[in-house]
Design a protein around this ligand. Sequence first.
Ligand code: 5GP
Length: 194
Amino acid sequence: MEQLIEKIKNDGSVLSSSILKVDSFLNHQIDPDLMNEIGSEFARRFSGSGITKIVTIESSGIAPAVMAGLHLQVPVVFARKRKSLTLVNDLITASVYSFTKQESNEISVSSKFLSENDKVLIIDDFLANGQAALGLAEIVNKARASIAGFGIVIEKGFQDGGRLLREEGYRVESLAVIHSLKNGIVEFEITEEG
Ligand code: 5GP
């Protein structure tokens, strides 16, 4: 997605050879116009897939997921990383290991918001090693809902997540795929627009 790639080139910063910082438009401050375009692009790619619900993970997945939900006209559910006091019954959970934080977190969704009749689009801001995405897939599978695919804003193609998900047979649509962050330079992979 050209607009996103331009934004990453202009406003992203390379923290290390594996971490890209995009806190001026996605991870802290949010650019609503760009999010709207991102949501519209996910909706275009998954139109006709019979999506009934979007599932994401707090906090940075929420903005692109809500915009996709608006364009697809379906509700958006976000998995919580911490247990809420008001959210105690019938939780579906999965354990997610974060390589960036080097810790495991339990993520959860209330079973009230997912059913076996749902066809789910899973959205996240980044795809790195795929642990967050696989945790979300585990929750959707435990609810016996089906997975239409994954919508990823930024995939780091040099890490394993994309390969893991595609090997499991999932459809993965990434709006920007990064080939390398070496020497402080963001190199993109040339992708076919889905
Ligand atoms: P994974 O589970 O695929 O290894 O990592 C996905 C999660 O880690 C994303 O939801 C995102 O929050 C965070 N993450 C992974 N790599 C990066 C990165 O390069 N930059 C930022 N800002 N977040 C990242």
